[in-house]
Design a protein around this ligand. Structure first.
Ligand code: C2E
Ligand code: MG
Ligand code: MG
Length: 694
């Protein structure tokens, strides 16, 4: 019915024939808002004031004719949908065509019956409705597309087979793919490969069950970059609740992630040095502490505070204080092992966490190595700046219940170190302090001892089993400490190795040994050679060969009268370099011995590569050789090995006749031990050598 769904439907009727207007009124007046006009001018005037949806007009009118009116109406914007029906008595063949050209929608010939009129008006109404509906949905669609396109979020629509049918501008901006590249594909072409199959299975399960999914997902851009996005997928159903489309809506959250990471970083790290900050350090310490309790081991915290940093900072230009802190942290970083943690806990404070200690001396070694690092100046603004640090040390879990208590205590220990006089360290625990003090005292006096020449050599003869005469002698270092008396090499050699003092010390030993041998006048005393112990650190020291050459030269020693003793562990540290060094020594005629053999688990394949002269069986195998079958078996095997390799074989620690006779029986060439002589001062050795053999 006319007007049924379109209220108010306004119709203008124009005719100069009042009968026609009367007919219109009669047929339609009750159903629609109808206005009638006798001429085009008044109709147009009314239309412009109050537009109508349908216009019935007579072609032939006085003044402006109907077609002209139709044209004028069409010229008005927004009149595309207005239905214009031309009603005329004009009977020309081109009438319809001309009417349509003027913008009319329909054409009726007079006389018009009421039924005909009603039908045509109804058609016009429907056309109007359809056009309006279409326009409405068209504009809705266009609006939607515009909204989609201007959305900040990426939007991707797929059909029910998950083929892409639409992507928006943000999609292209984020992924780098143009719409044409994406259309027809499934969204799988964006996948990063980061997620497992199970991940996608779960995603689809959620879509199928709940009609959607949302979460974080990593996808790949056209340029290959992998990025995180927040993705929401929903399904579109039609009226029959059948799935027609999927809509994916996503945003690039890489920036957000970066910000989060940045925040996390800022919360845990010091921006100046890149080191963990105090909070982060406490967390790491907490884990270490728990582990130490669980595994029954000990760890340490070294807490360093730069001495007089404030003064240095004030004298430097702005920013140089920061640079100094960075350089300090760089130096400290080099000192830490893979499981240790270095942190900048405050202005000029650094904390070093040693997760697991191999011995209680380890923190001392580390702090001394750190102090040695500070002996070198820092270069800032073309100046050399010397910085020292005071260090507090505490051992966990002993020195504190929890990380806070440990940090408090180590801080206290650090203040003690400052009080003592800076550039030093102090333990929180009094007992360890005493030990450390002894260590420190010994080390300090060790340095002094070299300068003051407190070291002397003792010589122990090596006796041939053939004629019971001394064929060689081993030089053994002795330290006559002014207060402590004789200090055993077992105590100070490791310390000398740690501190590097072994290098000047070893040089001194070699020189004294060569001089002693030359002074002895070997012809008269019948000694073939003197052996000198060389530590691994000394052996691998740059310039070792040159040192040997210089010593031989300086003392006029024949290289053939010198034997160097190295332990197995020294040999296997760097096999290639060892072979090279040994070859060089061999070329000079220097003899080479492997000391304490049997304790270092040497592999035979290594032994074969070394040019050796002598193999010294470690005294631990000799001690019980008379009662322990295993030891005897080992000694036998070593002797057999030495024979195959054509090596001279020396047994160390021969204390009794029983030892000597077994070794003689087993075929050992040379014996060394208290049975014959303790290590002796040079004068006493001379006496020993000139005494008749018993
Ligand atoms: P080593 O080279 O194996 O020296 C043998 C050690 O055994 C010496 O101890 C010696 O006094 C001891 N000894 C000799 N005969 C007997 C015996 O019958 N019974 C027992 N129980 N011991 C005996 P010393 O002099 O205390 O030296 C210990 C270690 O210190 C040496 O072991 C050597 O590794 C190292 N050492 C000594 N002098 C030097 C040196 O000038 N340079 C280097 N780098 N190390 C040295
Ligand atoms: Mg030795
Ligand atoms: Mg030995």
């Amino acid at each position: 019915m006319i007007g049924s769904s379109y209220t108010p439907l306004r119709i203008l009727a124009v005719d100069d024939d009042p009968v026609a207007l009367l007919l219109y009124r009669r047929v339609m007046e009750d159903l629609v808002e109808l206005e009638t006009f006798p001429d085009a001018e008044s109709a147009l005037e009314s239309f412009l004031k109050n537009p109508a949806q349908i216009i019935l007009l007579d072609w032939l009118l006085p003044g402006m004719d109907g077609l002209e009116l139709a044209k004028r109406i069409r010229q008005q914007p927004g009149t595309e949908d207005v239905q214009i029906l031309v009603v005329t008595g004009r009977e020309e063949s081109d009438s319809l065509k001309r009417a349509l050209e003027s913008g009319a929608n329909d054409y009726l010939e007079k006389p018009v019956s009421p039924e005909q009129l009603m039908t045509r008006v109804e058609i016009a109404r429907r056309n109007l409705e359809i056009r309006q509906e279409k326009r409405k949905s068209e504009s809705k669609g266009a609006l939607m597309l515009r909204v989609f396109d201007n959305s900040m979020h990426g939007i991707l629509i797929t059909d029910r087979d998950n083929r892409i049918i639409y992507t928006n501008r943000a999609f292209s901006r984020i992924t780098g793919y143009q719409a044409q590249e994406a259309l027809g594909q499934t969204p799988a072409f964006l996948s990063s490969g980061f997620h497992s199959e199970a991940f996608y299975e779960q995603l689809w399960e959620s879509i199928n069950k709940h009609g959607g999914w949302k979460g974080e997902i990593w996808n790949k851009r056209k340029n290959g970059d992998i990025y995180p996005e927040w993705l929401e997928i929903s399904t579109v159903l039609n009226e029959s609740r059948e799935l027609t489309h999927f809509i994916a809506h996503f945003s690039d959250i890489s920036q957000k992630k970066q910000n989060e990471e940045q925040l996390r970083y800022l919360a845990s790290y010091d921006t100046l040095t890149g080191l963990p900050n105090r909070n982060h350090f406490l967390e790491i310490l907490n884990r270490s502490l728990l582990r130490a309790r669980e595994m029954h081991h000990k760890g340490a915290i070294l807490f360093l505070d730069l001495d007089r940093f404030q003064v240095i900072n004030d004298t430097l230009s702005h920013g140089s204080g920061d640079l100094l802190l960075r350089l300090v942290s760089e130096r400290l970083k080099k000192m830490i092992g893979p499981t240790d943690t270095l942190s900048r806990t405050g202005g000029d404070e650094f904390a070093l966490l040693i997760d697991s200690l191999s011995s209680l001396d380890q923190p001392i070694q580390i702090v001394e190595a750190i102090m040695a690092q500070f002996n070198e100046p820092f270069h800032i603004e073309e100046q050399e700046i010397f910085v020292s640090a005071s260090t507090g040390i505490c051992i966990f879990p002993d020195d504190g219940e929890d990380p806070d208590a440990l940090l408090r205590n180590v801080d206290m220990a650090m203040y003690r170190a400052k009080e003592i006089g800076r550039n030093t360290y102090h333990f929180y625990s009094p007992e360890i302090n005493t030990r450390a003090f002894e260590h420190l005292a010994l080390e300090a006096s060790l340095r002094r001892a070299i300068e003051k020449d407190e070291f002397i050599l003792h010589f122990q003869p090596l006796i041939s089993t053939e004629d019971s005469r001394a064929v060689a002698t081993e030089a053994l270092i002795r330290w006559e400490h002014p207060e402590l008396g004789m200090v055993s090499p077992a105590r100070f050699i490791p310390m000398a190795e740690e501190t590097g003092l072994i290098v000047p010390m070893g040089q001194m030993v070699m020189e004294k040994a060569c001089r002693a041998f030359v002074d002895l006048g070997r012809e008269s005393e019948g000694l073939d050679y003197i052996s000198v112990n060389v530590s691994a650190r000394q052996f691998f020291q740059e310039g070792f060969l040159e040192m040997v050459d210089a010593t031989l030269e300086k003392t006029s020693m024949n290289p053939r009268n010198l034997e160097l003793e190295l332990t197995e562990s020294a040999f296997i540290q760097d096999v290639d370099r060892t072979v090279e060094l040994l070859d060089q020594l061999r070329k000079r005629g220097v003899k080479l011995a492997i000391d304490d053999f049997g304790t270092g688990f040497s592999s035979l394949s290594y032994l074969k590569r070394f040019p050796l002269d002598t193999l010294k069986i470690d005294q631990s195998f000799i001690k019980d050789i008379h009662k322990n079958q295993d030891d005897l078996a080992i000694v036998r095997a070593i002797i057999a090995l030495a024979r195959v390799m054509k090596l001279r074989i020396v047994a160390e620690g021969v204390e009794t006749e029983e030892h000597a006779s077994i070794l003689r029986r087993e075929g050992c060439n040379i014996l060394q031990g208290y049975l014959y002589s303790r290590p002796l001062p040079l004068g006493e050795l001379q006496t020993f050598l000139t005494s008749p053999v018993l």
